[in-house]
Design a protein around this ligand. Structure first.
Ligand code: NAP
Length: 319
């Protein structure tokens, strides 16, 4: 089968389209013919780790997992003999965050992993772009008590995680202010934002409004800059570690000192969550924003685009 393989850490050019052995499913696994995947920031972070500690997971000197890609949509081609929940021909979507491997024509996954049947009337391209941003967003959004915290500001609302945060926060009844570039003002409103702030014209940290939650989904601010727009008892989240990994230390310190705190949840995917994402989509409460689609053979170009930090929503790979 064709797959995009990388043997060493480095720039996007380390990714090579190669012929590799087609996997064979174990008894508890399904073999999925992948039709669409994505390139996301996690793929980039594992291909060329910015923080050395990532290498304790990804391989100290060279990558342990040679095929990246954590999101997929495809069709079950065959099943191991113990598989009970899927059958040949099922259209499935989901996440492979531990083993990666979706930048390939086929993948084997245990039926217990984060996959489920696709929502009705959805293309493979749309389904592939659902799970990563939404999984990261829900890890943050679940920490919020929306009965008390009604007013939320989301910075980077046009990104993969940000666009998911906007839709989830609206789903839970929050009043959402989205911060984005001029060109994405209409998009974030169409996702449900009540207000939109254009960051090229206005510094949201100087706003006269106060918020229960400031969610920096693009890691461009800091707790110290955002503190003044947080209400007493307000919470600051960031998807990024921050300067000198400050968000980890602040998440430990701020619950003890001061009334405004930082939270830095560790993301984790689950099969139940992918089922929940399907329900959200089928109820018309979620859509993945897709910026561009590239064929598998153009993964280097796709990766370079993702690394501009300027994609709107998600970048899809068709296979
Ligand atoms: N915690 C984790 O486990 C985890 C996992 C994956 C990613 N991340 C981190 O989460 C962040 C977001 O990831 P993502 O995939 O959602 O990013 P993304 O899709 O690449 O989002 C970038 C978006 O942010 C907007 N943006 C750029 N600069 C901005 C600014 N100064 N203010 C407001 N918006 C700005 C861009 O729009 P314009 O350029 O048009 O403004 C673009 O739409 C990244 O820093 C990534 O490293 C964390």
């Amino acid at each position: 089968m064709k797959a995009v393989v990388f043997e060493k850490y480095g720039p996007p050019e380390v990714l090579e389209l190669k012929e590799v052995e087609k996997p064979i499913p174990k008894d508890d696994e399904v073999l999925i013919k992948i039709h669409a995947a994505t390139v996301n920031r996690t793929d980039c972070g594992f291909r060329d780790p910015e923080y050395f500690f990532i290498r304790f997971f990804s391989g100290l000197f060279k990558p342990k997992k040679k095929i990246l890609g954590s999101e997929l949509a495809g069709e079950i081609e065959s099943t191991g003999k113990e598989v009970t929940t899927f059958k040949k021909g099922d259209r499935v979507f989901g996440l492979s965050t531990i083993n990666f491997g979706t930048h390939a024509e086929y993948i084997c996954m245990s039926e217990k992993r984060s996959i489920t049947t696709m929502p009705a009337n959805m293309s493979y391209e749309q389904a592939a772009a659902v799970c990563d941003g939404l999984m990261l967003a829900i890890c943050y959004i679940r920490k919020i008590d929306f009965k008390k915290a009604r007013k939320i500001l989301i910075n980077g609302a046009s990104g993969s995680i940000g666009s998911a945060c906007v839709q989830l926060a609206k789903h839970y009844g929050a009043e959402v202010t989205a911060v984005c570039n001029t060109k994405n003002m209409e998009l974030v409103k169409s996702l449900g934002a009540d207000e939109a702030i254009d960051y090229t014209r206005e510094d949201f940290t100087k706003s006269s409004q106060l918020y229960d939650i400031v969610m920096d989904a693009v890691g461009k601010s800091s707790f110290f800059r955002c503190k003044r727009i947080l209400k007493p008892g307000g919470i600051y989240f960031s998807t990024d570690l921050g300067f000198l990994w400050q968000n980890i230390f602040l998440a430990m310190l701020t619950p003890i000192i001061g009334s405004k705190k930082v939270m830095f949840p560790i993301p984790k995917d689950s099969k139940e969550d992918v089922g929940f994402f399907k329900e959200l989509i089928e109820a018309g409460n979620y859509r993945a924003v897709i910026d561009k689609c590239y064929p598998l053979g153009q993964i280097v170009e796709a990766t370079k685009y993702v690394e501009t930090g300027q994609k709107t929503g998600n970048v899809v790979i068709t296979i």
